[in-house]
Design a protein around this ligand. Structure first.
Ligand code: FRU
Length: 416
C-alpha cells in the first residue's frame, strides 16, 4: 500500500517537508528524517529530487549533526536560491540534558535551539563539516521569544532584501498560558540577519506556532502549525488565512477568525510552500501515520507527503488544488492497486462509502469524512457538494468544491 505519487521515505521515519525549491532544473524535497528506526529521533535532512513533481528520486541524506549547536538535531527549515547557489536554513538543536536510556530525545524537553545555514553549490553536495554557520544564536531574552521553542526558519526574497520568519512563544506578564509569536528578521545578503518585528495573538490559535510560512498568491497568506490548537487529538494542526503584511516594518496582524484548516483530515501537519518553475505557489504537507508500514525487506517506513497543491486566493478565499502535473496520473474510475480519481456530487443527506470504515457524506453546510466512526467535517456551502477524490495506496485526498477545502486521510484499517 505504499503510495506511488505521495512521497514516502525509503525507510524509517519522516516528518516535515524542508527546503522545498526548484534549483538547477530539478525540484528538491528535503525532509525531517530519523534514518535508523521508524520513530522520531535525532533529526537529519533526507533528500529527494524530481523533474516534474510527480516521480521522486531518493538521494543520500543531505544534512546531519556535526556541530556543537546541531549535535542533537537538524530541525525544520527552508531553501533560498541565490546567485546560482542553494542556501539552506534550519534550526540547530543541542540537548542540555539527555534521556540516558534514549539519547535521541532530550530529558524533560531541555534543549537549546539556534538558527543555522549551509550553502550548496550544486544542490547535491552539502559540506556538513565546514559549510555550516550559526546565523541566529539561541534566544536569551525571554520577552522576545522562547529560549527552547524558537524554530523553523522560512526564508524568502522580496525585492532586494531577504526575510526570515521563525515560530516561537512567550509568557506575557499576568498570563498563565503562552502567547504564540512570530519573529521576523531581515537581511541584505541572506547571511547576516537583523530582528525587524514580532507578531502574535493570545487566545484561539494555540500556544506555539511551528513551521510558519508567508507568501502571496496573489493575496498574502500566512500558514501556521499551532501546538495545542485543539483539545482533542491531534492537538497540533495547521491553519492558514489571508493577512496583510507590511514589508517595511515586517508588520502583520493575526486575527484567529480568518483562519481555517489547511486540511480538515487532521492527519496533516507542518506544510511548506515554494514557487514551481511556472511561478505557481505550491504547498506540500506531512501526513502523520498511526503506525509504520513494512517495506517487505525487513525495513519499515512511516510518514508521507501530500500531493503538491497549488495555492491561490480568489475573491478573498483560499483554494488548494492538486498540481496540474499530477492530473493525468490519477485516471477516472476505481482501480485495484494503482492510483485513481473519483468525481461525484453529493446532495444533502447522501453518503458515499469509499472503503471499509471510510465514507464521505454531505449534510448541508459540511462534507464529512468518517473514518472508523469518527467524523471529520469540512465546510461546504450550497445544496450539493462536488468532490474529487484522489486515492493512492493508503492515502485518500478529497477536494471539496474545486479546492475550497481538502480532507486527507491515511486509511488506518489498511495499516492494521
Ligand atoms: C513540526 C516540528 C518542527 C520541528 C520539527 C522537528 O512537526 O516539530 O517544529 O522543527 O518538527 O522534527
Amino acid at each position: 500500500m505504499k503510495p506511488v505519487y505521495h512521497f514516502t521515505p525509503p525507510s524509517n521515519w519522516m516528518n516535515d517537508p524542508n527546503g522545498l525549491c526548484y534549483f538547477g532544473g530539478k525540484y528538491h524535497l528535503f525532509y525531517q528524517h530519523y534514518p535508523y528506526a521508524p520513530q522520531w529521533g535525532t533529526m537529519h535532512w533526507g533528500h529527494a529530487v524530481s523533474e516534474d513533481l510527480v516521480s521522486w528520486e531518493p538521494l543520500p541524506i543531505a544534512l546531519f549533526p556535526t556541530k556543537q549547536y546541531d549535535r542533537d538535531g537538524v530541525f525544520s527549515g527552508s531553501a533560498l536560491v541565490k546567485d546560482g547557489k542553494l542556501y539552506l536554513y534550519y534550526t540547530g538543536v543541542r540537548y542540555t540534558a539527555v534521556d540516558d536510556e534514549d539519547i535521541t530525545v532530550s530529558k524533560d524537553g531541555q534543549f537549546e535551539a539556534c538558527q543555522a545555514m549551509i550553502i550548496s553549490e550544486d544542490g547535491y553536495h552539502f559540506d556538513n563539516f565546514h559549510g555550516k554557520r550559526q546565523v541566529i544564536p539561541p534566544i536569551t531574552d525571554e520577552t522576545l521569544g522562547h529560549p527552547i521553542h524558537t524554530r523553523d526558519p522560512k526564508v524568502w526574497q522580496w525585492k532586494d532584501k531577504y526575510y526570515m520568519v521563525l515560530g516561537s512563544k512567550i509568557m506575557e506578564p499576568g498570563r498563565e498560558d503562552f502567547t504564540p509569536r512570530l519573529l521576523f528578521y531581515v537581511s541584505e545578503d541572506a547571511a547576516h540577519w537583523q530582528l525587524c518585528n514580532t507578531a502574535g495573538h493570545f487566545g484561539g490559535l494555540g500556544s506555539m506556532w511551528e513551521c510558519p510560512d508567508l507568501f502571496s498568491c496573489p493575496e498574502t497568506v500566512i500558514v501556521l502549525s499551532p501546538e495545542q490548537l485543539c483539545n482533542t487529538e491531534p492537538t497540533n494542526n495547521t491553519v492558514f488565512g489571508i493577512v496583510s503584511f507590511d514589508y517595511d516594518r515586517c508588520a502583520v496582524e493575526i486575527h484567529p477568525e480568518v483562519f481555517r484548516y489547511v486540511d480538515y483530515g487532521l492527519d496533516y501537519y507542518a506544510p511548506q510552500s515554494f514557487l514551481d518553475k511556472d511561478q505557481n505557489r505550491v504547498q506540500i504537507g506531512w501526513l502523520r501515520f498511526p503506525a509504520p508500514f513494512p517495506n517487505g525487506d525487513g525495513t519499515q517506513w512511516i510518514g508521507a507527503m501530500t500531493l503538491p497543491r497549488v495555492v491561490t486566493t480568489e475573491q478573498g478565499k483560499i483554494f488548494t488544488r492538486p498540481h496540474p502535473a499530477l492530473l493525468d496520473k490519477f485516471p477516472l474510475g476505481k482501480r485495484e492497486g494503482a492510483p485513481y480519481r473519483l468525481e461525484l456530487t453529493l446532495r444533502a443527506g447522501e453518503a458515499f462509502p469509499l472503503e471499509k470504515d471510510y465514507s464521505l457524506s454531505f449534510h448541508g453546510g459540511a462534507v464529512i469524512a468518517t473514518r472508523k466512526g469518527r467524523d471529520y467535517p469540512a465546510p461546504a456551502a450550497g445544496d450539493s457538494a462536488a468532490l474529487t477524490i484522489y486515492v493512492d495506496g493508503c492515502i485518500v485526498e478529497t477536494y471539496v468544491n474545486g479546492g475550497e477545502a481538502v480532507i486527507t486521510h491515511v486509511l488506518e484499517e489498511i495499516i492494521e
